[in-house]
Each structure stands twice: as structure tokens, then as C-alpha cells.
Design a protein around this ligand. Structure first.
Ligand code: CDP
Length: 206
């Protein structure tokens, strides 16, 4: 049986952590769809045209540790505005969403475009300042040299591009439960997400 949990939201809102924890809790598979766009972005930085990169993407492209850098995030949000890039990645994501045994996908357009029929939809967000602080901490812990000001500027620029693009803009899906983590610790965010999924599952089994 398939059961899809769609988790969308802006940059560094905590989607990744919530998605992994929710997937582990229910024993579902997890796909970080941001990695697909990051992998395409990284290939464009090496000179491959974006549409060719998206059409030829293979699993190994998702394993490069450099995908987590701010340069690649920026390149990802630039390729993500190209409709042909998005189209090339749709089938893989939809098949993953409907795999047997349940799936959690996190991204920007999972509940709106990739899987509007997802049984549970969440929109995880937080203020730009809080998100920048979290991403700054994450990057400095990984040894990357940057400043809070630069990270905030990157996050705001990327959010604006993601929200304003014509194809699959970032927004909460209809029926999505919004979890604002600005003043919430990660345990509470995960518990809120799990409670929503439990409520949906309870409703479905009646
Ligand atoms: O980790 P973070 O939230 O900063 O970003 P990400 O989820 O890895 O996504 C990187 C970029 O890929 C985003 O800024 C979007 O432009 C794009 N993306 C998208 O357009 N659609 C998705 N489903 C996932 C990511």
C-alpha cells in the first residue's frame, strides 16, 4: 500500500530533519528532492547545460558532499526555474512518492505539483532570521567560512526566486498543515508532524 507524506517549505526551515525523523518513525522511505536540483546545479557549475544535466541525472550525482555548499544551493535555485529541468525530474519523484510501503518527500512543490494527492501534507517554515541562524550554524560546524549576514542574504534571495518563479512556485499546498518552527525546538516540530500523520492515518482506517 502507498502512503505519501509531502513536506514543503522555504530554505533551511528544518524540512530535512523533520522529514528524516518522520520517515524513521513510520518506517517510510525518504527522498530529499532538493538534492535533485542541487545535483543539476552542481553539474551546471562544471559546464553541463542544465536541461541535459537534469535529463541524464544518475544516483551517483546525488552523493557528492559538495552538494551542501551555498554555491550549489544558489545554482540549484537558478536551474529550478527552468520548466524543462523540473519536467525531467517529475517521473522519478512521482514513482518514489507512490512506492509500496510509504514515502516522505521534502521540497518546494511536493504537495502542490508532484503529489497533490498525498495523504498528508505539511508546510514547515520559520522566519528568515531564524532560518539563516540555523543554516549559519550548520555551515560553520562543517568548517565552511561565512557570515550570518551573507547566509541571510543568500536565504532571502533564494526564497524570493523560489516563490516568484512561474513554474511550481514555493507555497503551501491546499490542505497543508503549517508548522512554524521559529520558536519551536526540533523535537516539538517532529512530534507535531507525527501527530498530524497519525490523525490522517486514523481517519483513513475508519
Ligand atoms: O536545504 P535547503 O532547504 O536550503 O534547500 P534544498 O531543499 O536542498 O533546495 C535547494 C533548491 O532547490 C531550492 O532553493 C529550490 O530552488 C530548489 N528546489 C525546488 O525547486 N523544488 C524542490 N522540490 C526542491 C528544491
Amino acid at each position: 500500500m502507498s502512503f505519501t507524506i509531502a513536506i514543503d517549505g522555504p530554505a533551511a526551515a528544518g524540512k530535512g530533519t523533520v522529514s528524516k525523523a518522520v520517515a524513521a518513525h513510520f518506517g517510510f522511505a525518504h527522498l530529499d528532492t532538493g538534492l535533485l536540483y542541487r545535483a543539476v546545479g552542481a553539474l551546471t557549475l562544471k559546464g553541463t547545460p542544465a536541461i541535459d544535466a537534469a535529463r541524464a541525472l544518475v544516483a551517483e550525482d546525488l552523493e557528492d558532499p559538495a552538494l551542501r555548499t551555498p554555491e550549489v544551493a544558489d545554482a540549484a535555485s537558478k536551474v529550478a526555474v527552468i520548466p524543462e529541468v523540473r519536467a525531467a525530474l517529475v517521473d522519478f519523484q512521482r514513482a518514489f512518492a507512490r512506492r509500496a510501503g510509504g514515502a516522505v518527500l521534502d521540497g518546494r512543490d511536493i504537495g502542490t505539483v508532484i503529489c497533490p494527492e498525498a495523504e498528508a501534507k505539511l508546510f514547515v517554515t520559520a522566519s528568515a532570521q531564524v532560518r539563516a541562524e540555523r543554516r549559519f550554524k550548520e555551515l560553520t560546524e562543517r568548517g565552511l567560512e561565512t557570515s550570518l549576514k551573507a547566509v541571510l542574504a543568500d536565504v532571502e534571495e533564494r526564497d524570493a526566486r523560489d516563490r516568484e518563479r512561474a513554474t511550481a512556485p514555493l507555497k503551501a499546498a491546499e490542505g497543508a498543515v503549517v508548522i512554524d518552527t521559529s520558536e519551536m525546538d526540533i523535537e516539538t516540530a517532529v512530534a507535531t508532524a507525527i501527530a498530524h500523520v497519525d490523525a490522517v492515518r486514523g481517519g483513513l482506517s475508519k
